[in-house]
Design a protein around this ligand. Structure first.
Ligand SMILES: [Zn+2]
Length: 271
């Protein structure tokens, strides 16, 4: 099970095995939009200084790729926290066209509705959830703060609230910054040591510095919580290593653009 490219004028990665189960997934590249300069060309983030009209044109193209409209999507504010939220049909359109209407203070969304969930990334780990029996899908945003805050466990707890077991969950990690390009200092490494029994995702480099593998840290939490390894798909593509494909906050600094993650349960039809 893995991620594959869907090529075309607006290329994106998707989890092919979920498609046949009625779950649409997407992780955009930087290509196919109308933004210029550091945002070229498919910047989908409204919060990074790009012209709003340009971002909305890009978002319109992205949604059109999936045949979705503005009311058929919900977006969270993304504050590098670990709060998650069940999204209902009445939330359709939240955050789609403006930051003001985004679902406040959340970095993880789940839904049993037919709404699409969308979140934005440039290095942070996009984590897609699919729970077949609940017919639920989810999308979480996990940078180092969301990882140390264990947002993936909050997602599994939210599924449990509705009767879903971790053993039944399918999870896919999209492109994010790899250990190859993510060096952190001692105080940050210590944050992880305090909250994790073991930290194989921290590799010492020179004195007081470590390579941090955020994807591995999240995978360990998922597996320990009971998600079977064979139900976890990992894109394994480093956002910083591929300037031709992805924006990277660590590599490009400010300003740079954002890719979008998208997930929708097609079995539910359009809302
Ligand atoms: Zn890299």
């Amino acid at each position: 099970m893995g991620w594959e490219w869907n090529h075309g004028t607006l290329p994106y990665l998707y989890v092919s095995e979920w498609t046949s189960r009625g779950v649409e997934t997407g992780f955009s590249s930087r290509h196919g939009g109308v933004s210029t300069g550091a945002y070229a060309s498919l910047n989908l983030g409204l919060h990074v200084g790009d012209t709003p009209e340009t971002v909305l044109e890009n978002r319109g193209r992205w949604l059109a790729r999936f045949g979705a409209d503005w009311q058929g999507v919900a977006v969270g504010e993304q504050v590098h926290g670990s709060h998650v939220l069940w999204v209902e049909n009445s939330d359709g359109g939240r955050g789609a066209r403006s930051l003001d209407t985004a679902l406040p203070q959340v970095d993880g969304l789940l839904t049993q509705s037919g709404l699409g969930l969308m979140a934005f990334f440039a290095d942070c780990v996009p984590i897609f959830f699919y729970h077949p029996r609940l017919e639920a899908v989810g999308l979480a945003h996990a940078g180092w703060k969301g990882t140390v805050g264990k947002i993936v466990l909050r997602m599994l707890e939210a599924l449990a609230e509705r009767g879903g077991r971790p053993e039944e969950a399918w999870v896919a990690l999209g492109p994010s910054i790899g250990a190859c390009c993510y060096e952190v200092d001692e105080p940050l490494a210590e944050r992880f040591r305090v909250d994790f029994e073991e930290t194989p995702f921290l590799t010492p480099t020179c004195q007081g510095h470590y390579r941090l593998d955020l994807g591995q840290a999240n995978q360990i939490m998922l597996r320990t919580a009971g998600v079977p390894e064979e139900q976890i798909a990992v894109a394994g593509q480093c956002s910083a290593c591929h300037p031709d494909r992805f924006f990277s906050h660590r590599r490009d600094g400010i300003p740079t653009g954002r890719m979008a993650g998208w997930i929708r349960h097609r079995g539910k039809g359009e809302s």
